[in-house]
Each structure stands twice: as C-alpha cells, then as structure tokens.
Design a protein around this ligand. Structure first.
Ligand SMILES: Nc1ncnc2c1ncn2[C@@H]1O[C@H](COP(=O)(O)OP(=O)(O)OP(=O)(O)O)[C@@H](O)[C@H]1O
Ligand SMILES: O=C([O-])CC(=O)C(=O)O
Ligand SMILES: [Ca+2]
Ligand SMILES: [Mn+2]
Length: 666
C-alpha cells in the first residue's frame, strides 16, 4: 500500500536490508532519538521515524479506510439526502431481517466485523429495537457477527485462518475443499409448490422441480438460520445478476464460509461501492448452511442434503452440501423463472463476440465445452455459462466463470490457465505440499475440479457483458458413442429438435455420483435448471432465431473413431478450427452432404481439419459396429423425444410438425 511507515531499524523491510549492504549481524537496536543523523555508521537506522507511538497505533496506520471512488449519490443531493448513519442503520436493518428467525424474535443482534478483531471498526446494531421477553432464547442473547462484502484479500485471510483445507496455490489462487460433495445434488433439490408456482412451473414426470410444501421449507429455513446465527461470524454478499441494467436482479448470499463468499464474489456481478451503499432490499436471498445437514425426519427429505427454493418468499436454503455450484445454479434456476415472465429467454450457454460484433451462443450440458470454446483468444468473451436473450440482445447473468480444470494445460487453454491467479477459487485440486504447485492431472479428490474467477481475469472479456443478437447458435454434445459428426449445419426444426433433446454423454463428476460417461438427455441443455416446461423456452428460442436470422449448428466435442473406450475424444484443436469456420461465415457456404439416420448436413472440407474425420463413418474401422451404434443412439433419441410429441411448440403448429420430423429417420 504505501511507504508511509518508514524504516526505523526495528521494522526493517526496506531496500537497505543488512544483506544488501553486506553488513553482518543484527541491526542496532535504537530506542530513542530517531532524528539523530550525523556520523551514523549504519545507514539503515537513519530513515524517517515511524509515525506511531505504540504498536497498536502502528498497526492502525497500516490499513487505511476505504473510500468510494466517486461521491455517493444522494449524500449531497437536495432530495433524499440521507446521512451516513442513516444508511448504515438501513443496511443493518435489512441484514437483521435476512437473518431473523421467523418463530422467535425479530432478528439477531448484529455486530459488523470479525469477532477476532474486537473493538476495532466494529459497529453494534444499537438501533435494533430488541425487547427481551421472558420467552427469549439463549440464542437471542448472543451477537451475530457479520462480514459484509469483504474483498478477496480479506476473504483469503478469513479462509486461511478458519477453514481447514484452504491454502494459497503457487499461482496465487485460493485452493479449497468443498467437503463430501464435489458436484451438485439434483435429486436433493426441492421447490415450494403453492399458488405462485402451481400453474407456472413444470411439475411431474421429467421435471426437475420436486415439490415441497411451504411449512417444510420454513422448517429448513429455520434450521439454516439458527445454524448461521449460532456461528462466530457469517458472510454477507450483496451482488447483482444480469448485465442488462433493465433486468438486473439484486441477490444476497448469507454463508458460513469465506470460500463461499469468495466464490460468489467471483461468480455474481460485483457492485461498485456506490451501488453497495444504495443496495436496499435484495430481490432474492440464499441461506447457505451447507456444513449443517437437514433433519432426515423432516417431510420430503430423502438424504441429509436439501436445496430448497421458495419463489414466493424469494429465498433459497442450502443444507448438507458445501459444493459452491449449488448457489450458482440455484440462482440460475430462479432466473429461469423470473426472466421468461418478462419475455426474456434464459439460456444455459456460453457466449462470445467477434471483432465485427457477430455473437455466438454455445449450448451444452456440463463438460461439453461451453467454457472452453467461448474462451477464445480471437474473440470477446461475454460469458461462459448463463445468459439472457431479450429484445436488447444478449446479456451475461454472471460476473465470473466456472471452468473445469481436470487436465488443464497452459498450451491448450492459455486464457483459463492465466486466469488462475490471486482471487481465483480453486476447488478440490491436488497440489504439492511444499511448492503449492497444482497438478491438474490429479483427480484424487474428484474429476470435477474447478476454478471460479471474475470474468475480467480473461483478457478479452467484454465489459459490460452484453452483446447484440446472436448470429450462430452452436449446440455442443459430447457424444460418447462416437457417431455424431464433428459438425453439422442444422435447419431451424433440427435446431429445435436437438435443443429440446439436449443430448450429451455426461462427463464424469459434475453431478454427484456419476463416475463414467453415459448418454443423457436434458431438455434445453439444462433440465436441472429450467423451471417451466421445456416447450416454453424452445418456443422463445425458435421465435428469436427466426426474427434475427440465426443459424443452428451441432458440434460433437466427444468421441471419434469408436465409442468411449475404443475411440478417442476429438482433438480440441480441431474443434477450435471448426468453431472458427462457423464464426467466420466460411462454413455457411461450404459444400454439404446429408448423413443417413440422423439426416444431418455435414461439410466435406474445413480449413485446418482432416477431411476424413468430418464423416464419422471414415474414422471407425468396424463399419458394422458404427452402423449399429448409430441406430442404437437414434433409438435413444426417439425414446427420449416421445414425451414431447404431445406438446405444441409455439403458436405455429407447422413448426411443431417439422420439429417432430427433424429427428432421426430409419
Ligand atoms: N474437442 C473438445 N472440445 C471441447 N472441450 C474439450 C475437447 N476435448 C477435451 N475437452 C475438455 O472438455 C472440457 C470441457 O469443459 P467445459 O468447462 O468447457 O464444460 P462446460 O460446458 O463449460 O460445462 P459446465 O456447464 O459444467 O461448466 C474441458 O476440460 C476441455 O479441456
Ligand atoms: O453447476 C455446476 O456445478 C457446474 C456447471 O456449470 C454445470 O453443471 O452446468
Ligand atoms: Ca462452464
Ligand atoms: Mn454450467
């Protein structure tokens, strides 16, 4: 920070160290007369004196008060002039409400700051009109310390001080463990079914929304809040979702771990100090009590993990899992409800933009390449995982990226490699205990190792993360069967067919319990996150693609030359050349031939890609095995799509017919 605390010999870290001056022995102890200059033998002792009389005072000089970069709105305005004290009071009141038990008193007694740093800089919520009654519980006599929107440096210190398994990696990233869960637990997700959600949401067979009643939600909420209030300290993050200013959502995350706070600091949009001062009441609140299990005797609970969403209360509760992705994807689910209600399409996709403003969306299930392929040195990154498509164009929902890092290499993914530095959260990676060098090949903890970093850590991120209407819609599938072509150009009906199907072979690890690749269908490439029926999203996508003239593509980032086990994964370098040809427009006008069974249009030539791999039949030595495997996969597609044949997609029933006909034919 500064050179203001000068060297007086006792605290010598300045450049004239004993080593550099070649002097032997310890520096001379000087107890007084700092100003003596003449005839000094040791030059180190001749610096200006420290401007403190005591150690405490010295330490208080080290940290200067943060000040907003621009004057706070309203403070000097004629209207709604609000005093600093009043603003702090409002903030405390809001946080007190967030942490309140709904059964007992109005809210906990709050203290801002770390309990370990008693006295300094702490503010007690004196304004809080708490009236102890005869029925007051012991917990209501306790203070709840909260740490509000700490900086990454502060969160590092908190994590290292109090969370086992937190270390600084040699890159500067914070390496942490997420505990027993190293992936999401979709089977433990519950959504409150009430008047608000009864008609709007998708319930029943195939739906990711497993119902829960309001009362049970309150039981779990109380459990989480009691747990959080019982702790020494809790972390509060007040942040935003969605870079489109018209549709920005305010979120509050209450959590017990500095790791969770830093993760969300990176993943959500970070408010400026001014925006934070004027934050007001959040639109949605997460209570993350992940270290604490749910009570398995509670109705609807099938394990000790429960992730509960209550849209009417605008709250989410997490019990029994510390995997940070639950918060990220929980909020994504909320956006999948809020945005379509405003005629905005929410998408599980990456997004980037070329120099000429051409935007591409990358859809795909976990591990198919959204983050890898949207992070492209020659293009601007808008976002890697969650977007909105509105009348204004596209906007990222998040403020950060969440990259898989198993087998990560500097050569193949330089931008992601370089983003792993101070401030980045590294989950469940293995490192050398001395050098703290990470071994990205090591999956001893889990296959699903991850890095969460702010989007501006990617050098060509487009800030603000918004762009014009997309030109190319790229559907990524990691086909473990090895029969889908590396790239196919899709008609609108085919795009809709594959979007609704949402096929991939899940790559090990992201969803807890899955260890081997297996064929998966997940509607809209994100059935775990959508809240309404898939046809709602599909209809919006087809309408937008038609209106803005976007082209659909199916890209197989999975196997070639055989299924998983015998074939090999398509080289990332080839996939990148394919994606380049889509972006440049050269693939749009290439020559094509149609495949059997899936009826896909495949190009005969792409610069930088061996032509023989473009038709997968060429890469298989056993042609009969290829044919059988292709038919087997086609059958799986048909079976999966059967549930959608009774639904109309959009207003146009012509399109519905075409979509049904756009699947495999054999
Ligand atoms: N041909 C290929 N194309 C894309 N990715 C590949 C290819 N071959 C190997 N990979 C690897 O596959 C992984 C793709 O993961 P990525 O993080 O991009 O998934 P994602 O779609 O963003 O998933 P999630 O939604 O879980 O974040 C990376 O580890 C990447 O290195
Ligand atoms: O949410 C996660 O854990 C990782 C992710 O992006 C996904 O699964 O789509
Ligand atoms: Ca990703
Ligand atoms: Mn994702």
């Amino acid at each position: 920070m500064d050179n203001k605390a000068p060297d007086n010999g006792e605290f010598s870290f300045a450049s004239n160290t004993p080593r550099s001056t070649g002097r032997k022995g310890l520096p001379k102890i000087q107890t007084q007369d700092h100003n003596k200059k003449a005839n000094d033998v040791c030059h180190d002792d001749s610096g200006t004196p420290v401007k403190a009389k005591t150690i405490d005072e010295l330490h208080s000089l080290q940290r200067k008060k943060s000040a907003p970069t621009t004057p706070i709105k309203g403070a000097q305005g004629a209207f709604n002039a609000i005093s600093e004290e009043e603003r702090q009071k409002q903030q405390l009141q809001s946080i007190s409400t967030s942490l309140a038990s709904l059964m007992r008193e109005t809210g906990p007694k709050l203290v801002k700051g770390d309990p370990a740093r008693k006295g300094e800089g702490q503010q007690i919520a004196h304004h809080h009109h708490y009236t102890p009654t005869i029925s007051a519980s012991d917990s209501s006599l306790k203070f709840t310390h909260y740490l509000h929107n700490l900086s990454p440096a502060e969160l590092y210190e908190q994590a290292i001080k109090s969370e086992k398994g937190s270390f600084i990696a040699s890159s500067g990233a914070l390496a942490t463990l997420s505990g027993a869960k190293t992936g999401r637990s979709p089977r433990d997700k519950r959504v409150v079914r009430d008047e608000t959600t009864e008609d709007d949401l998708w319930w029943g067979k195939g739906s990711p929304n497993i119902e829960m009643d309001e009362h049970t939600f309150m039981v779990n909420r109380e459990r989480a809040v009691d747990y959080l209030n019982s702790l020494d300290k809790v972390f509060i993050n007040d942040q935003f979702l969605n870079w489109d200013p018209e549709h920005r959502i305010k979120v509050r995350i209450v959590s017990a771990r500095a790791y969770h706070s830093l993760f969300m600091h990176n993943m959500c949009i970070r408010p400026t100090p001014e925006e934070l001062e004027n934050f007001g009441t959040p639109d949605f609140t997460i209570y993350n009590a992940g270290q604490f299990p749910c009570n398995r005797y509670t109705h609807y609970m099938t394990s000790s993990t429960s992730i509960d969403i209550n849209l009417a209360r605008k709250e989410m509760v997490i019990l029994g899992t510390q995997y940070a992705g639950e918060m990220k994807k929980g909020l994504f689910g909320v956006m999948h409800y809020l945005m379509p209600k405003r005629q905005i399409l929410s998408l599980h996709s990456g997004c980037n933009m070329g120099k000429d403003g051409d935007v591409a969306l990358f859809f795909g299930l976990s591990g198919t390449g959204k983050t890898t392929l949207s992070t492209d040195h020659n293009r601007y990154l808008i976002g890697d995982d969650e977007h909105c498509w509105s009348e204004n164009g596209v906007s990222n929902i998040e403020g950060g990226c969440y990259a898989k890092c198993i087998d990560l290499s500097r050569e193949k993914e330089p931008d992601i490699w370089n983003a792993i530095k101070f401030g980045t959260v590294l989950e469940n990676v293995v490192f050398d205990e001395h050098t703290r060098e990470v071994d990205y090949m090591d999956s001893s903890v889990t296959e699903n190792t991850r890095a969460a970093y702010p989007i501006e850590y990617i050098p060509n991120a487009k800030i603000p993360c918004v762009g014009p209407h997309p030109k190319n819609i790229i559907l990524l599938a990691c086909d473990a069967f090895g029969v889908l072509p590396p790239v196919s150009k899709l008609s609108l009906a085919q795009t809709m067919y594959h979007f609704i199907s949402g096929y991939t072979a899940l790559v090990a690890g992201t969803e807890d319990g899955i260890k081997e690749p297996q064929a998966t269908f997940s509607a809209c490439f994100g059935a775990a996150f959508i809240m309404m029926h898939p046809t709602r999203y599909a209809a919006m996508l087809s309408e937008k693609m038609q209106k803005h003239g976007a082209t659909g593509w199916l890209v197989n980032t999975g196997w070639s030359g055989g299924s998983y086990g015998s074939g090999k994964r398509i080289k990332l370098a080839y996939t990148r050349r394919i994606i380049d040809a889509i972006h440049s427009g050269s693939l749009l006008n290439a020559s094509y031939k149609k495949t059997e069974v899936f009826g896909l249009e495949i190009p005969t030539e792409i610069e930088g890609v061996p032509s023989e791999i473009l038709d997968p039949v060429n890469t298989w030595t056993d042609k009969n095995a290829y044919k059988d495997t292709q038919l087997k996969l086609a059958g799986l597609f048909k079976n999966n799509f059967a549930v959608f044949t009774n639904y109309k997609i959009g207003k146009n029933s012509m399109l519905t017919e075409e979509i049904l006909a756009a699947g495999p034919n054999y």
